[in-house]
Ligand binder design. Structure first.
Ligand code: ZN
Length: 634
C-alpha cells in the first residue's frame, strides 16, 4: 500500500471515529417489530417518480432529503426535483427532509458555512411552500465534523449519515446509520441478509439511495432492484415507515418534546399547514367475515394511513376461521375489534358505524388495501372545497395477490361529477366505483341512513347511490387510491343461481332506477335505465322468469322492449344446440375456470417473488474506507 493510500485510510478512520464518538444523542431501539425506512438524497426526479411510485404501490412512503440549491438542475445523480415534485411528494404521503442548500461536503465545510446552508435551505423551502419545515436531516457526501454534528443537532429530530449498517441497541440520533443500496446493487443477497438480520435484532434499518432508473447513475439503482428490496422488506414483517414516523414509534417522547419547543427550525410544523380548527377524525370501518388470509394486510394499510386522527373499528361477523384472533393482534396499534354472531355484511357495517365517532367515514372491506396517503389527500381536497356535502372518491386498481402489480384503469367515473351525471354514467356505461374509494362526511352518512340488510348482492351499489343522492356532487381526488382484491369468481356480477341473491340484485336495480328518475326525467335517464336493464338481464334469464317478466314491464314503461340477453358470441353455438340455460351455464363455468386459474397463477408468482431464501444471520462487516458510502461525490 502506498503511503498516500495509507494516509487517506488513516484520515477516513479518524473521521469515522471522531464523528461517531462525540456529541451523541442516544436512542434506545427497542420496538416490538423491526423497522425499515427508505430514504433518497439530493433528490433526483426519478427517486420520486419511480421509487416513490414503487413504495406507494406497496402502500408505503419514503423520506426525501432535498438540497434546494439543486432544484430543477442536473447533478451527478441525474435530473433534480422541481417545485411540482415537492407538492406531489407530500400529496403521495412521503416525507421531506433537509440536505443543505448547496449540497456541501459535511466534513470539508466549516461549521458556520454548513449551518448557513441549512438555514438557506429552510428559507428556500418556505418561499416555495409557506409554513413548511424540515424535521430531519441527512449529511451530504461525508460524515460530519464533530463541531458541525454538535451544532446541527439543535435543528433536527434526527440526522442520518451512512455506514452501511442498521441501527440497533443504542443508536445515535445525531448520526443514524444508513445502508446505501447502490453499494450492493449487484449483490441483492447482501441486502436480503441485512433485512433478515434487522428482523432478528428488531433494529431500525434505513436504506438510502439516489436515482431509480433503468440506467442508473453509479449512485442509484434499477426499479427492479429497488422493488425487490421493498418487497423483501415487506415480507420480513418489518414496519416500513418514513423517518419521522419511525421516530414517533421509537421515541414518541422526544417527538412530543420537540414539537412543544418552538425553537430554531425544522422541528415544529408539518408540511401541511396546521389548520386553526382541530383536524377532523376519520373512522375506518371494517366488516370482516372469514378473512384470515387477507385481514392483516388490510389492517396494516389502515394503521399506516398518514392521516393521524383516525379510529379503526373491525366488526367480525361471526367468522369461523382465525379472522378475529388476527384482528385482535392489531389492538396495540389502536385497532378496536368487536365480534357479533353472523348476520351479514350490511349488519356488520351498521354495527361498526354505531361505534364510530369520526367526522368522516372510510368503509374498507377486510381484503382491500388503502394507499398510505389516501385519506390525507381526500381530507385535503375536502378542506379546499369547504363543503362537507361533497362526496370524495379516489382511483382504484385490481389485484389478486400481487398488490404492487395492481392495474388502475381510469373510467368515466374518475371525474368531478354531479349526482345525476355520476349515476347516468354508472348505469348507462356499466361502470362502478369500489367501496373503499369513498370518503363520506358524517353529515351525509347520517342522512343516507343505514346499510340495507336485504341487499345480499350489490349492497354497496345501493348504499352509495343513496349517499350520492344526498350529496352536492362527487369530487374525484387523483393520486392515492385503493387496492381492490379480486373480484374473484365468488363476488363477480355473475351472481349464480341463489334465488335470494337474484331477488336482492333486482331490488337494488329497481332502487337505482327510482333514484335516477328522482334526480332527472327525460331522454338521457330513459336510455341509461334501458341500457342498465338490458345488460343485467342475463343474470335472471332464463331461470328467474318472474323477474325477467318484471324487467320487461319496466323496460316497456320506459318505451322499449328488451332484446335477447347479452351473451358472448363464443357461446352462440352452445345456445343454438342446447338452449339458453346451457349456454349461460357454460359461460359461467368458463369464467369461473378463467378466474381461478388467473388467481392460482398470481398466487404462485406472489409466492415466488416474496420467497425468503435465507434465514441465517448475515456477517456484518465493519465498514472499511473503501466501501464507505460517503466517500464519493454525492
Ligand atoms: Zn447528497
Amino acid at each position: 500500500m502506498s503511503s498516500q493510500n495509507l494516509w487517506l485510510r488513516a484520515q477516513r478512520t479518524y473521521r469515522r471515529r471522531a464523528a461517531s464518538l462525540f456529541f451523541r444523542r442516544p436512542l434506545l431501539i427497542n420496538s416490538e417489530r423491526p423497522l425499515i425506512s427508505f430514504t433518497f438524497d439530493d433528490f433526483p426526479k426519478s427517486a420520486l417518480r419511480v421509487g416513490g411510485a414503487i413504495l406507494n404501490r406497496f402502500g408505503l412512503a419514503g423520506t426525501y432529503y432535498a438540497s434546494l440549491g439543486l432544484l430543477g438542475g442536473e447533478a451527478s445523480t441525474g435530473r433534480m426535483f422541481d417545485a411540482g415534485d415537492l407538492a406531489a411528494l407530500s400529496e403521495q404521503g412521503h416525507e421531506l427532509g433537509c440536505h443543505t442548500f448547496s449540497h456541501l461536503d459535511s466534513w470539508d465545510t466549516g461549521t458556520e458555512k454548513f449551518e448557513k446552508s441549512i438555514i438557506e435551505n429552510r428559507d428556500a423551502l418556505n418561499r416555495l411552500i409557506p409554513g413548511a419545515e424540515f424535521k430531519t436531516f441527512s449529511y451530504p457526501i461525508n460524515l460530519p465534523r464533530p463541531l458541525t454534528k454538535a451544532k446541527i443537532a439543535d435543528y433536527f429530530l434526527c440526522c442520518r449519515a451512512g455506514g452501511q449498517t442498521l441501527n440497533a441497541g443504542k443508536a445515535d440520533l445525531n448520526q443514524l446509520s444508513a445502508y446505501f443500496l447502490e453499494k450492493s446493487r449487484h449483490n441483492i443477497q447482501a441486502i436480503k441478509d441485512l433485512i433478515d438480520h434487522n428482523r432478528e435484532v428488531h433494529g431500525w434499518l434505513i436504506f438510502a439511495t439516489h436515482d431509480i432508473s433503468e440506467t442508473p447513475t453509479p449512485f442509484g439503482c434499477t426499479p427492479e432492484c429497488f422493488e425487490q428490496v421493498v418487497q423483501y422488506s415487506v415480507g420480513s414483517g418489518a414496519r416500513i415507515l418514513p423517518v419521522v414516523k419511525a421516530l414517533e414509534v421509537l421515541a414518541p417522547q422526544a417527538c412530543r418534546q420537540a414539537s412543544s419547543q418552538p425553537r430554531s427550525i425544522g422541528i415544529v410544523a408539518d408540511l401541511a399547514r396546521q389548520p386553526a380548527t382541530p383536524k377532523p377524525l376519520v373512522s375506518i370501518l371494517i366488516p370482516a367475515f372469514n378473512a384470515q388470509e387477507w385481514i392483516s394486510d388490510t389492517l396494516r394499510s389502515a394503521v399506516a394511513q398518514t392521516w393521524e386522527r383516525k379510529e379503526i373499528i373491525v366488526v367480525d361477523d361471526g367468522s369461523t376461521d382465525d379472522t378475529l384472533a388476527i384482528a385482535r393482534r392489531f389492538e396495540p396499534d389502536g385497532v378496536q375489534v368487536v365480534s357479533q354472531k353472523n348476520q351479514g355484511a350490511a349488519t356488520a357495517r351498521n354495527h361498526a358505524y354505531s361505534l364510530s365517532h369520526g367526522d368522516y367515514i372510510q368503509w374498507l372491506d377486510a381484503d382491500d388495501l388503502l394507499a398510505p396517503g389516501k385519506i390525507a389527500s381526500q381530507i385535503a381536497a375536502a378542506e379546499l372545497c369547504g363543503n362537507n356535502r361533497v362526496l370524495l372518491s379516489s382511483p382504484f386498481g385490481r389485484f389478486q395477490y400481487r398488490w404492487y402489480r395492481a392495474e388502475f384503469f381510469p373510467s368515466g367515473l374518475w371525474n368531478d361529477l354531479s349526482p345525476v351525471d355520476w349515476l347516468l354514467r354508472k348505469m348507462g356505461d356499466n361502470l362502478y366505483m369500489q367501496t373503499a374509494t369513498w370518503l363520506i362526511s358524517r353529515e351525509l352518512s347520517e342522512e343516507a341512513g343505514p346499510w340495507d340488510s336485504r341487499m345480499l348482492s350489490d349492497d354497496d351499489g345501493e348504499y352509495f347511490c343513496r349517499v350520492l343522492l344526498r350529496s352536492d356532487g362527487v369530487r374525484f381526488v387523483p393520486g392515492n387510491g385503493v387496492y381492490y382484491r379480486g373480484p374473484g369468481y365468488e363476488n363477480l356480477a355473475y351472481i349464480g343461481k341463489s334465488r335470494k341473491k337474484c331477488e336482492a340484485l333486482w331490488l337494488s336495480m329497481q332502487l337505482h332506477i327510482a333514484y335516477l328518475q328522482s334526480l332527472r326525467s327525460g331522454e338521457e335517464t330513459r336510455i341509461a335505465c334501458l341500457a342498465y336493464l338490458q345488460r343485467n338481464l342475463i343474470h335472471f334469464y332464463p331461470d328467474m322468469p318472474e323477474i325477467v317478466q318484471q324487467m320487461r314491464q319496466t323496460a316497456r314503461s320506459l318505451g322499449r322492449e328488451l332484446g335477447q340477453p347479452n351473451l358472448s358470441p363464443k357461446y352462440y353455438l352452445v345456445k343454438a344446440v342446447f338452449g339458453w340455460q346451457a349456454a349461460k351455464n357454460v359461460a359461467i363455468l368458463m369464467r369461473k375456470i378463467r378466474w381461478s386459474s388467473m388467481k392460482l397463477f398470481d398466487k404462485a408468482l406472489f409466492r415466488i417473488e416474496s420467497r425468503q431464501t435465507s434465514r441465517t444471520a448475515p456477517k456484518l462487516e465493519e465498514p472499511t474506507a473503501a466501501n464507505h458510502p460517503h466517500s464519493r461525490p454525492t
